[in-house]
Design a protein around this ligand. Structure first.
Ligand code: FAD
Ligand code: DLZ
Ligand code: SF4
Length: 511
């Protein structure tokens, strides 16, 4: 039977389930660059360039192996601009009899796929995406009957199931989690190795010209472009992380230094999420470094937990809770996103640097996303729809399955605590402890109220007060409410007035 095998831009893996049993002499592999995907949110220029280049390289590899690839470029004359349109054109052109795809990363794309059978009058097989370590069905079984889910328990199951950092007696070293040894503040004189750099080849250069021409009004800097765009390059990027940065990963996982966007993180999320790297191979590379005594257990376990724990857990929650998850707004937050999330023009030095680096790199590391960009959106009461759109646009690793649970669940608590046990709200002292941003800030982190006070300080309390009826029963916040209740009336009034004044002028923030 003549089969159309449709590969999406985040399915660039040789072992993808939709390509198994592919008949090279008969089947057609479809890949397409379509305007609908590049603009349903206006993705960062670097993200589009990265993905189109990686797609073109992947198509070349498949062709070199003898596959018949129908690759539609964005500028191809009859490009229909959508996945469904391109599937339809391919069916007509190649007299297709059935379609095989792998489960997509976004709910809206799955809805398209589910409509194709009826629309095109042929069987559509949607295969499980077994690049992930936990299938959505398996996650449903794990989650069943639990009122609240906690990543830590899921993570232990994954460790056991995949025999990662396990020995006969249980978890390697006797503990499941070594976070107590991690997360040190930055110290002076750290030498941070450069992130992966490759020179754009002819394919990447062509794509960059296309992006510069067609997506010039999108957020973000296109150049310099140095991402890996092939599997071989991505493997080098992984190796460089394991050799050069993994050993310090745990210690400085939460540290932020002005002008150091990459720190000791791995910078592999772009490659993992589009399929150039596979989760288990990254986990095994880290475990091997531990076995070879090249990296300590706290770093290796911490890194592995992010991949087989958080990453899989986020995906499980996405498919368990969609489509309702995207509509959650526990706090009824309704403010628009301030302009400085695009321009970086704010006197708040931490936000200024995190937005600036996001614009340059289509990357910010976890703590910048969580404790600066996300924390501010939470305590300022920004509407989750706007915050989600921003995070989906600006990061080269952003796809809804991973972006939405991180934003609505982890940073905004928009699901009311299904994913996280308490909101990750914090005042300026956390940012001051974990970064050097406050040294160069116009605001004073030690000052709690008044015109020079760090806005995170009073907004934190204002957030707790504003949402008291929703949060008071959360036992993890009891101490904070007690602290607030012990404050004098003057201080409480100052918090209220400073917050009102600041939030009232939020859309005028300039430097
Ligand atoms: P490392 O810190 O080196 O971690 C290793 C890997 O672990 C990452 O590559 C990633 O695959 C995985 N990982 C770590 N934390 C998470 C997490 N919370 N959820 C899922 N995977 C995780 N990650 C995305 O891949 N896409 C997103 O769109 C995304 N949006 C986020 C939005 C917010 C508000 C927050 C707080 C986090 C978000 N994350 C997202 C998770 C995390 O910040 C990124 O995965 C990480 O910063 C990528 O950089 P890295 O590869 O250097 O990660
Ligand atoms: C992110 C993205 C962009 C910008 N463009 C394309 C594209 O033109 N063609 C394609 O196949 N995929 C693209 N993607 C990735 C898709 O948005 C992603 O595959 C779906 O959201 C499912 O996860
Ligand atoms: Fe950010 Fe406040 Fe520190 Fe300024 S003082 S850098 S606003 S935390």
């Amino acid at each position: 039977m003549k089969t159309l095998r449709f590969i999406l831009g985040d399915q660039l893996s040789q072992n993808i389930s939709s390509l198994r049993d592919c008949d090279k002499s008969n089947d057609i592999i479809l890949m397409c660059e379509v305007m609908a995907e590049a603009t349903y949110v206006k993705h960062h220029k670097k993200k589009i360039a990265f993905l189109f280049s990686a797609m073109r390289h992947f198509a070349e590899e498949l062709e070199a192996q003898g596959h018949h690839v129908r690759y539609i470029k964005l500028d191809d004359e009859h490009n229909s601009c959508s996945f469904t349109g391109e599937v339809e054109r391919a069916i007509k052109k190649h007299t297709i009899e059935q379609i095989i795809v792998t489960y997509p990363g976004e709910y809206r794309v799955l809805q398209d796929m589910l409509s194709w059978g009826k629309r095109f009058g042929m069987p559509v097989e949607i295969r499980s995406d077994d690049r992930f370590l936990c299938d959505p069905d398996e996650f449903v079984v794990w989650a069943e009957g639990r009122k609240q889910l906690r990543m830590e328990y899921f993570y232990r199951e994954m460790r056991k199931k995949h025999a990662v950092l396990m020995n006969d007696d249980g978890p390697e070293g006797g503990q499941w989690n070594y976070d107590a040894e991690n997360r040190k503040p930055p110290k002076e004189g750290l030498t941070i190795p450069a992130t992966y750099h490759s020179e754009p080849d002819a394919i990447t250069q062509e794509v960059m010209s296309l992006v510069a021409e067609r997506f010039n009004d999108h957020f973000g800097d296109l150049e310099p472009f140095h991402f890996a765009v092939t599997r071989d390059q991505a493997l080098i990027a992984l190796r460089q992380f394991i050799e050069q940065r993994l050993s310090q990963f745990g210690d400085y996982q939460d540290a932020m230094i002005e002008g150091e966007p990459w720190m000791y993180h791995s910078h592999i999320s772009f490659y993992l999420n589009c399929g150039l790297l596979l989760p288990l191979e990254c986990v095994q590379a880290a475990e091997q470094a531990y076995t070879d005594q090249k990296a300590p257990l706290n770093a290796v376990e911490g890194f592995i937990r992010q991949i087989i724990g958080w990453r899989e857990y986020m995906r499980g929650i996405y498919w368990l809770k969609m489509p309702d998850y995207a509509k959650q707004n526990f706090f009824d937050a309704n403010r628009k996103l301030p302009g400085f999330y695009w321009t970086a023009k704010t006197k708040m030095n931490c936000l200024h640097h995190c937005v600036k680096e996001t614009r340059q790199n289509a990357y910010a590391h976890h703590i910048q996303r969580l404790m600066v960009l996300g924390n501010f959106a939470l305590i300022a009461g920004i509407d989750p729809t706007h915050v989600n759109a921003w995070f989906l646009i600006v990061y080269a690793d952003a796809y809804e399955w991973v972006e939405l649970p991180n934003v609505s669940g982890m940073i905004l608590f928009a699901d009311g605590g299904y994913l996280a046990s308490k909101p990750y709200a914090a005042g300026g002292s956390y940012i001051n402890k974990m970064s050097d941003y406050c040294k160069n800030c116009d605001y004073k982190v030690k000052q709690k109220t008044g015109p020079d006070a760090c806005p995170f300080n009073y907004l934190y309390w204002d957030f707790l007060v504003r949402n008291r009826d929703r949060l008071a029963s959360n036992h993890r916040l009891g101490m904070m409410y007690k602290t607030y209740d012990r404050m004098g009336d003057d201080k409480k009034l100052a918090i209220e007035q400073d917050s009102k004044q600041f939030l009232g002028s939020l859309y005028d923030q300039k430097i």
